[in-house]
Design a protein around this ligand. Structure first.
Ligand SMILES: Cc1cc2nc3c(=O)[nH]c(=O)nc-3n(C[C@H](O)[C@H](O)[C@H](O)COP(=O)(O)OP(=O)(O)OC[C@H]3O[C@@H](n4cnc5c(N)ncnc54)[C@H](O)[C@@H]3O)c2cc1C
Length: 399
């Protein structure tokens, strides 16, 4: 045994980096491990939307599903406030702009849904209001005339997913954390002082070696690998994997200041600080699977041409000016949601000292997830009620 830590964070995406930074800042001895590189997976592949309104996927299944999803609003509000000060606290910029977000509607049904949603969100404290067409003509003249209304939240915006997690990782190291990449957690053994963790480390030349570290607390920030990693601790952490499509255009003079989402279609788009337009919103890609049907997250997933075309059509229909702008690249990212669309955040049942957070928009919500996890690992209780996000809720429901 060579290394002892207060906290071992497994996963070098945005969530893991934020948790490592916050815990190290609190004075803990922190180890962050990633089986690959920092920011190699969902945190570096995503759209960088900071969306605090309920997303389309949360409202498309009806009002009851929206009410359940709204239970995560305290985490949304917390994250919105934390994003606003994060670049200052981290000490370097990573493209955070909270210049407002619009969820747009094209017909009376969608407007009705927006009004219901805005009322629900306001009841949880989110600043959101419904704009009519004449207001949109002033605020967002780039929208298609077919858009009749939109919900506007001034808190929404974007960050640059390519550079956010690496910046936070640097801040974690500056605060004293140790980061080990190419270091995969493959086993865990309970000891009186915490856990002995077996790591399989791969050198740049491909040589492998086993390494063991001891940590009092463990944070699982493993994105799509959460369910698999739960098994290392004999824990059932159900998640639903998704492979999604993203497209980026060539640069175009700035004309879209907002995050734009659609109330009746899978669409999110925004113009990045380097003037490209990022188009996504949940169009499926082909998730690779092993022969036994289990997801093969370490393989390269495949784009579906119909998804790229459908996503582009939805974008042009909403923002006609995109019609003239060439798309330069599409890619697949993988992410995960919990079966009920609420995140999993909290202690892992049956594994003392092990905590987890994942599910849904863990880029937007990364700061609030990390703050909760940092409180839990240091023995403080969370100031957010974690009951709706209890990682054990599915087992308890089926018992
Ligand atoms: C195309 C796409 C667009 C998206 N757009 C948005 C958006 O606009 N806004 C938003 O909020 N969310 C968005 N999301 C979701 C968001 O990207 C994810 O929720 C978030 O990035 C997850 O961050 P994470 O740090 O939890 O996981 P990840 O970034 O996936 O990091 C997990 C890390 O854990 C490591 N790991 C796993 N197992 C082990 C192990 N055994 N040992 C060591 N390391 C391990 C992995 O290598 C990985 O680096 C999008 C997702 C996709 C795919």
């Amino acid at each position: 045994m060579s290394d002892h830590y207060d906290v071992a964070v497994v996963g070098g995406g945005l969530l893991g980096c934020l948790t490592a930074w916050m815990a190290a800042r609190d004075g803990a001895r922190v180890l962050l491990v990633d089986k690959d590189q920092v920011n190699q997976h969902a945190s570096g592949q995503n759209a960088g939307s900071l969306h605090f309104q309920l997303e389309y996927r949360m409202v498309e299944s009806g009002e009851e599903a929206a009410r359940v999803a709204a239970e995560a609003m305290p985490l949304h509000l917390d994250a919105a406030a934390m994003w606003a000060r994060m670049e200052d606290e981290i000490g370097e910029p990573f493209g955070v702009r909270q210049t407002g977000g619009l969820m747009v509607a094209e017909n009376a049904d969608q407007v009705g849904m927006l009004e219901f949603k805005a009322e629900l969100e306001r009841s949880w404290g989110l600043d959101v209001r419904t704009l009519d067409r004449s207001e949109l003509d002033v605020v967002a003249p780039y929208l298609s005339p077919a858009i009749v209304a939109a919900n506007f939240s001034p808190l929404e915006g974007k960050a640059d997913a390519r550079i956010a997690a690496p910046a936070v990782a640097r801040a974690a190291v500056a605060a004293g954390a140790t980061v080990r990449t190419r270091s995969r957690l493959v086993g865990a053994h309970r000891v009186p002082a915490g856990w002995d963790l077996s790591l399989r480390e791969t050198s740049a030349t491909g040589d492998e070696r086993a390494h063991t570290v001891r940590a009092a607390a463990i944070v699982l920030a493993a994105g799509v690998w959460t369910t698999e990693l739960g098994r290392v601790f004999d824990a059932d952490l159900p998640t639903v994997p998704l492979a999604l499509t993203m497209t980026v255009t060539s640069k175009v003079p700035r004309f879209i200041p907002h995050l734009v989402q659609h109330a009746g279609a899978r669409l999110s788009l925004k113009q990045s600080l380097d003037s490209t337009v990022l188009i996504g919103g949940g169009w499926p890609a082909r998730l690779m699977r092993d022969a036994d049907g289990s997801p093969a997250f370490d393989r390269k997933h495949q784009l579906i041409p119909q998804s790229i075309a459908g996503n582009a059509r939805a974008a042009v229909k909403t923002v006609p000016g995109l019609d003239r702008i060439p798309a330069v690249r599409s890619w697949v990212g993988t992410t995960t949601v919990a079966p009920d669309q609420l995140p999993l955040v909290g202690a892992v049942k049956g594994a003392p000292g092990v905590f987890v957070a994942t599910g849904g928009s863990a880029f937007t919500l990364g700061p609030s997830f990390a703050r909760v996890l940092t409180a839990l690992i240091s023995g403080r209780s969370s100031d957010v009620d974690l009951a709706p996000y209890d990682p054990a809720r599915f087992a308890e429901r089926s018992a």
